[in-house]
Design a protein around this ligand. Structure first.
Ligand code: XIL
Length: 367
């Protein structure tokens, strides 16, 4: 009985210690927005623990999927607003900034976007019209309520060439400039972002700088470059990563860390990046930490996060936001990508919604 009582007291004590710990939004929020991507269980009210965590720790949210073309605009003349509306309402009720993700992307686009009903590829003029209609309808619905939009996502290949998406091959490279103009027309006060992965890669960094410079010269509003930052335990090279923050800030735009996580699992073929169509078959060897990270793995996780946040601390004046791609390990897309059915540990909150010890060390860097 006595033992039980001591145990219970211990739990109460550590819970209240946690309650007193400063939160991410209290500490990092002094310098930039700090947020998380949330899923539809969240927006539909089926995950109250996630809501509580988000309310407490973060001052901004982004939809993990429900504002993407394939979901919000499933047919030419049909929009599905329910989840996106709920997210924007929830954010307003709870005083959180909302980030719109994303208007133009080759993955998860509206299924009908590039073809006519008979299966033929749409003409250039029609694709421009469809893109206009999509951006105008979605971005103007939330006019004045969205802090900023990821206008284009992943327009570059890793070698710095332009990705050959249907937007690119049908319209030409100017589709990017058009997308920025349409988004600005739809919501003149919203910030506008260009977002991509593997931006520490020097060729991709250079290409991003050239692209943003040319958009600026054309008079487009570009507020920030989003570095997705789907990192791993052994990539990217943080020296190169920091160089990219510096190069982007040098263009006079803010740098946003838009989709942060650290993949702790082995990747097939030395894979990195975040091309979502890339998938590999499940093998036991690719899922080594079913019951938890090893001590060594945990140390590596802590070190990788700390080193990363030391970089963010050095550049806190140039960074506008840090968003984690998910609230807790239980929610992370990295349990199912690029290999389905694994147990991953990429975020700062564990499967039981509890903060990991390294969170305090991160906060200390900014106190
Ligand atoms: C991911 C979501 O997390 C998954 O739920 C979905 O199945 C695929 O997309 N880069 C992006 C995000 O810009 O939109 C992706 O999100 C992850 C990679």
């Amino acid at each position: 009985m006595k033992k039980l009582l001591t145990l219970a007291l211990g739990i109460v004590r550590s819970a209240s210690a946690y309650a007193q710990t400063p939160t991410l939004q209290e500490v990092l929020g002094k310098y930039f927005l700090v947020g998380a991507a949330v899923d539809t269980n969240f927006t539909q009210g089926n995950d109250p623990q996630a809501e509580a965590l988000c309310r407490r720790q973060f001052n901004s949210v982004v939809a993990e999927n429900c504002m993407k073309g394939e979901i919000i605009h499933p047919a030419v003349n049909y929009f599905y607003w329910r989840d996106a509306d709920k997210l924007v309402d929830w954010a307003e009720q709870n005083g959180k900034a909302v980030i719109g993700h994303c208007l133009v992307w080759h993955s998860q686009p509206p299924a009908w976007m590039f073809t006519y009903e008979n299966g033929d590829t749409v003409s250039r003029d029609d694709l421009i019209g469809r893109m206009y209609n999509h951006i105008m309808t979605v971005a103007s619905r939330y006019r004045g309520r969205i802090k900023g939009w990821d206008v284009v996502n992943e327009v570059l290949n890793d070698d710095g060439t332009m990705r050959q998406t249907p937007y690119y091959t049908i319209i030409g490279p100017e589709y990017i400039e058009m997308a920025f103009r349409f988004a600005h027309e739809a919501d003149p006060d919203a910030e506008l972002y260009i977002n991509d992965y593997s931006l520490s890669n020097p060729a991709k960094r250079e290409a991003m700088c050239r692209l943003v410079r040319s958009l600026q010269q054309k008079g487009c509003r570009v507020d920030a470059i989003g570095m997705q930052s789907h990192n791993g335990f052994n990539y990217p090279d943080y020296t190169e990563y920091e160089k990219s923050i510096e190069a982007f800030a040098g263009l006079g735009v803010k740098v946003l860390i838009t989709e942060l996580d650290i993949n702790m699992l082995p990747n097939p073929n030395d894979f990195s990046g975040a091309e979502i169509s890339q998938k590999f078959k499940f093998e036991k060897a690719l899922n080594p930490y079913k019951n938890g990270l090893t001590k060594k793995g945990q140390r590596l996780f802590d070190q990788r996060y700390l080193d990363l946040f030391k970089i963010y601390e050095r550049h806190k004046d140039q960074i506008g936001r840090i968003t984690f791609w998910g609230l807790t390990d239980r929610h992370s897309w990295l349990n199912d990508w690029p290999v389905k059915g694994r147990t991953n540990y990429p975020l700062l909150f564990d499967r039981n919604y509890a903060p990991k010890p390294v969170l305090n060390d991160i906060l200390k860097l900014f106190e």
